[in-house]
Design a binder for this molecule. Structure first.
Ligand code: FAD
Length: 472
């Protein structure tokens, strides 16, 4: 029976492509996995193994109760993930994190795919659009997609739609901002398209706070570009904030920290010397990005320095800033809800090229793309995971959850999975099992446990409904 099913083609045998190929084969559909290494390398890969980890060997926290990536691990295990199976088998001690023996892990993923009779592996670069008779293709070529394929994708999507560098400003959880110091207001109360005139959260600085902030930015430890990133352009007005500060102490006050058109309702008679603005980042309204704050400061330094901003003393960061070589699509505009390119639906995208970030997230998007493509091939309904699950939250970020800011450079930027991407609970837990009122960190931990329990229950229901449908 499977001999008559036309194969699905997966381009790129990294984290996403390996998982996608595995999921397709698990559904009983043949798959051809095209990987260009070792014939053609990338600037970061060192081996010819599938699912090579190019940098750290960590899948990050494995705690499904307290961390969204831990929850993603748990969900992927429930969905029969090859990446998680081999990650678990090749675990090395790393406290609460799941770290793996990278060579053993990659060799085992490669072997599992080589041994699978439904998987063929073709070592070749796909150096342009796939042939027209490949009617179902998953492009999972990652942040270092080969230039020939990237050019072909750009020709299809338009030059603004595929970025080659990210320029990431930090994102803060809305509920960690102190609104006793910050306030909602748009500059000059301008409503703008779809706005209310109070769309930004503003954090005021007086002169001493501003001067100390600029000094800290200049002294803060920065990450350097890798050799092959050295030509990273500072483009589209996306200068890192510390580079702006280097141009003079007043530069930021005339740039992203300008205080004009804003009145602090907490101190209406006092004009702020500078203001940091945060703009709503997702439709749910749970995340706000620090406008114009793209940076190459080290992550620890960002947390330390940005928490000196009034209102952000206890900020929890869903994403920290950065600037890297990275190939990724403007997915919310280009992809449909099941990751197909609207302009050419035979192409589906997966992994970091869709605008997720991280090994585990890339594999999870590969898992979804593989399942969607296999269901389509078998004539079954393509079922999206519930938005309350980590998979659904990640898919939502990629295909529609982000609120685009049309006024400046492209605002959709890669992101790790985090609880800010999940729809809020109807009722957040406020008391423990004994009825005692929860406070501060305890309350946050209880909220995460509740979000996690909801996600795992909803995923189990989704898997159950899928099995029932397949059995009909
Ligand atoms: C330098 C660097 C360091 C990173 N460090 C980390 C980290 O420490 N932790 C973390 O979680 N994430 C890290 N990331 C981010 C990201 O999670 C990883 O890059 C991850 O591997 C992405 O998975 P992927 O499957 O989308 O792409 P990849 O794993 O890169 O897989 C893409 C595959 O496609 C192949 N390919 C490319 N073009 C073609 C073509 N035209 N034809 C055929 N094959 C092709 C490549 O050879 C590669 O094997 C890093 C990224 C970079 C660039």
């Amino acid at each position: 029976m499977t001999a008559q099913i036309k194969p699905i083609h997966v381009i790129g045998g990294g984290l996403a492509g390996s998982e996608a190929a595995w999921q397709i084969a698990q559904a009983g559909v043949p798959v051809v996995l095209h990987e260009m290494r070792p014939l053609r390398g990338t600037a970061a890969h060192r081996t010819d193994g599938l699912a090579e980890l190019v940098c750290s060997n960590s899948f990050r926290s494995d705690d499904a109760q307290a961390n969204a990536v831990g929850l993603l691990h748990a969900e992927m295990r429930m969905l029969g993930s090859l990446i998680m199976r081999e990650g678990d088998r090749h675990q090395v001690p790393a406290g609460g994190a799941l770290a793996v023996d990278r060579d053993g892990f990659s060799a085992a993923v490669t072997q599992a795919l080589v041994d699978n009779p439904l998987v063929s592996i073709s070592r070749e670069e796909i150096a342009g659009l796939p042939p027209a008779d490949w009617d179902s293709v998953i492009v999972a070529t990652g942040p270092l997609t080969s230039p020939a394929l990237a050019e072909a994708i750009t020709a299809l999507t338009g030059s603004d739609a595929l970025a080659f560098f990210d320029a990431i400003a930090p994102i803060v959880h809305r509920d960690s901002i102190d609104m006793g110091k910050a306030w909602f207001q748009s500059r000059y109360d301008k409503a703008g398209p779809g706005g209310s005139g109070a769309d930004y959260i503003n954090c005021p600085l007086d002169r001493a706070q501003y001067d100390a902030f600029v000094t800290a930015l200049l002294a803060g430890e920065k990450t350097s570009f890798k050799d092959w990133e050295a030509d990273t352009p500072y483009f589209d007005g996306c200068l890192p904030i510390e580079v702006m500060a280097e141009r003079g102490p007043e530069t930021l006050r005339y740039g992203p920290m300008k205080p004009v058109g804003l009145t602090n309702p907490h101190r209406p008679d006092e004009k702020p010397y500078a203001v940091v603005q945060l703009r709503q980042d997702n439709r749910l309204g749970t995340l706000f990005n620090m406008v114009g704050f793209q940076t190459k400061l080290k992550h620890g330094e960002q947390v330390r320095i940005f928490r000196t901003i009034p209102g952000l003393e206890h900020a929890k960061f869903a994403r920290l800033g950065g600037l890297h070589r990275n190939t990724f699509l403007n997915s919310p505009a280009l992809l449909d809800e099941s990751l197909r390119l609207k302009a050419m639906p035979r192409l589906r995208f997966a992994g970091q090229i869709t605008g997720c970030e991280g090994y585990v997230e890339s594999a999870a998007v590969g898992l979804m793309a593989g399942r969607f493509a296999a269901a389509e091939r078998l004539g079954l309904e393509v079922r999206l995971p519930p938005p309350t699950t980590a998979h659904g939250a990640l898919l939502g970020h990629i295909t529609g959850g982000h609120l685009a800011d049309e006024s400046g450079p492209r605002s959709f930027q890669p992101m790790n999975v985090n609880f800010g991407l999940f729809p809020p609970l109807a009722e957040a837990p406020s008391r423990d099992a004994a009825g005692k009122k929860l406070r501060g960190p305890e309350r946050g931990a209880a909220r995460k446990r509740a979000l996690s329990a909801r996600a795992l229950a909803d995923l189990a229901g989704w898997i159950g409904a899928g099995s029932a449908e397949a059995a009909e």
